[in-house]
Design a protein around this ligand. Structure first.
Ligand SMILES: [Zn+2]
Ligand SMILES: [Zn+2]
Length: 140
């Protein structure tokens, strides 16, 4: 893995993390659960090896919500910011809300993984105007 250190955290700073490997995957998720949970038309998520991710502070300040049988979402109990997601089907990975990475740093994913996911759930009045791959599901 290339050398990379990313830091990030929630809006208020009570939850902080460090990541020591590039993301394996970054996608814009248009699913209806992400839309509501984040209050945004779509949400950018990056998936990392869990072994390369650590909470520096505030893990005990995370609230958790199982939004589906396979996804548990973690948010700062102070500011409400969604920070990470656990994916039951990928226990050795962690998904991070990409926008919580400090300074808008690039998460380091391979270009080919960068895509729109669950485009069938996209709000009809938002038009995707970039050239990224558009997937009906998570990755196809
Ligand atoms: Zn916070
Ligand atoms: Zn989603």
């Amino acid at each position: 893995m290339a050398d990379l250190t990313l830091t990030g955290g929630c809006y208020c700073g009570n939850v902080r993390y460090t990541i020591t490997e590039p993301a394996l995957d970054t996608h814009h998720c248009h699913c209806g659960i992400c839309r509501k949970f984040h209050g945004a038309l779509f949400v950018t998520l990056s998936i990392f090896n869990r072994a390369a991710f650590r909470y520096d502070k505030g893990e005990q300040n995370l609230g958790s919500f199982a939004s589906s049988p396979n996804v548990t979402r973690h948010f700062c109990k102070t500011c409400g910011c969604p920070v990470t997601l656990d994916l039951t089907q990928l226990p050795d990975k962690i998904a991070v809300a990409t926008g919580t990475i400090d300074e808008g740093a690039h998460p380091g994913h391979p270009e080919g993984t960068y895509r729109h996911a669950f485009v069938g759930s996209k709000v009809p009045w938002y038009e995707i105007a970039d050239r990224l791959r558009q997937c009906e599901g998570f990755d196809a």
